[in-house]
Design a binder for this molecule. Structure first.
Ligand code: GLU
Length: 434
């Protein structure tokens, strides 16, 4: 990996290319990576290595539906980079899963683990399916068959999945069981985000939302804005959005609006998040919630507020609607909610963006604790988990903010630069195996 005459900028494709693919998540990831690599003056050889995922597996996942028919689903698992440790990253079940999306999400995991400085590489998996139309039995068969299909990649020292969109503790329990049956002994550390009864960590379920709350608190402090009374808008009311909203409300913030795929609800006096959560437990979706007005998703994203938390899916804030955002801070609970073209608009408007690879890193951080605890067979109480999570999130926030200041770049560029620097440092130390 010696430095030679080629400069990274000569390897980067023209910008118009990324504009055409604004909503391709892999392009979204790569265009940020390219900017950071150039600013860092990254060695061209390392640039090429980090641009290519290490391993990509596409598998057919045949299962028997409850009516007796055989259906074949497509599944992926991508290991982007494992130089710092085992591959780490969730598995999502969703109709919109594509190989490009899984690739991007795997790379984001590499950068995310490096930003919070935990000893993992980046991986991601997905199965193209519509889980809401599947029975529990069908989901179990799908999970087990998919696990068996990718089992050669998995292992506590090689690749450790976790929950992501439409997967949860129960799915993790099936993965752990399937893997353990193949290994002929119980291997808890092969997945994280498991039920607490079987090697999961206390605090893991809330960890992503808690991390979002913690970095939002830091950002507010940095901008000199009080958290008490801060107006918060949350898009997405799943595991990440609902916990972030709830914890920010407990800190004294006023949550004006939240949404899920059924509805966006708004109350200028502040929503009672516990009450909305109770409604969702009883009715599954926010739709019909009586103690708020209905607004559209576009209206929600354009509400005047101190903190906007996109905590649903990719490509929510794009070049089309970034101009109407009226938030001081965006805390990216989801992976890839803002496109690269939207970044430019938000930067011009002076919106302080806490990028996904920092903002939502609380989940994988407590996954790291879970993996450590499983391997030691000794567990921490929730307070200990949350305290340690807080130390890591605050430190990562400060490191990214320092990088941003030093290089006069946005928090996003700084987070990428910090992450790439850390991964590149390990590559330099390890050298190139030949
Ligand atoms: N799916 C989560 C993420 O995108 C968690 C990954 C993990 O805990 O490994 O960060």
């Amino acid at each position: 990996m010696s430095t030679h005459s080629t400069h990274v900028s000569q390897l980067i494709r023209p910008e118009k290319d990324t504009f055409l693919h604004e909503e391709n998540p892999y392009e979204a990831m790569m265009s940020r990576f390219d900017v950071a690599a150039e600013k860092l003056g990254l060695d061209p050889g390392l640039y090429k290595i980090l641009r290519h995922p290490e391993k990509e597996l596409t598998v057919a996942v045949p299962i028997q539906r409850d009516n007796g028919d055989i259906e074949v689903y497509t599944g992926y698992r991508v290991l982007h980079n494992t130089s710092r440790g085992p591959g780490k990253g969730g598995i999502r079940f969703d109709l919109n899963v594509t190989l490009d999306e899984v690739r991007a999400l795997a790379a984001w995991m590499t950068w995310k683990c490096a930003v919070v400085n935990i000893p993992f590489g980046g991986a991601k998996g997905g199965v193209i399916c519509e889980p809401t139309t599947m029975s529990t039995g069908e989901l179990e068969r799908l999970t087990r068959r998919y696990t068996a299909a990718i089992i050669d990649l998995l292992g506590p020292d090689s690749d450790v999945p976790a929950p992501d969109v439409n997967t949860n503790e129960r799915v993790m329990a099936w993965i752990m069981d399937t893997y353990s049956m193949h290994k002929r002994h119980t291997v808890t550390a092969v997945v994280t985000g498991k039920p607490v009864e079987m090697g999961g960590s206390l605090g893991r379920r809330e960890a992503t939302g808690r991390g979002c709350m913690m970095v939002t608190r830091e950002a507010l402090r940095k901008l000199g804005l009080p958290i008490v009374g801060a107006r918060v808008v949350v898009q997405g009311f799943g595991n990440v959005g609902s916990v972030t909203a709830n914890l920010l409300a407990r800190e004294g913030a006023r949550v004006l609006a939240v949404s899920d795929k059924s509805a966006a609800i708004y109350n200028p006096a502040g929503l009672d998040i516990e009450d909305a959560l109770k409604w969702v437990r009883e009715h599954r979706y926010l739709d019909g919630y009586p103690r708020a007005e209905r607004i559209t998703n576009e209206e929600l994203l354009a509400l005047e507020c101190e903190v906007l938390v996109p905590a649903a899916l990719e490509n929510v804030i794009t070049s089309r609607n970034a101009g109407s955002v009226r938030a001081r801070i965006i805390c990216e609970g989801a992976n890839g909610p803002t496109t690269a073209n939207a970044d430019r608009i938000l930067e011009e408007k002076g919106v302080f963006v806490i990028p996904d690879i920092l903002a939502n890193a609380g989940g994988v951080t407590v996954s790291y604790f879970e993996w450590v605890l499983d391997r030691g067979g000794y567990f921490w109480d929730e307070e200990n988990v949350n305290d340690r999570l807080g130390k890591i999130m605050v430190r990562a926030f400060e490191e990214v903010a320092t990088m941003a200041q030093r290089h006069e770049v946005s928090m996003r560029q700084a987070a990428y630069m910090l992450a790439i620097e850390r991964v590149a440092a390990v590559h330099r130390l390890r050298g190139l195996y030949a």
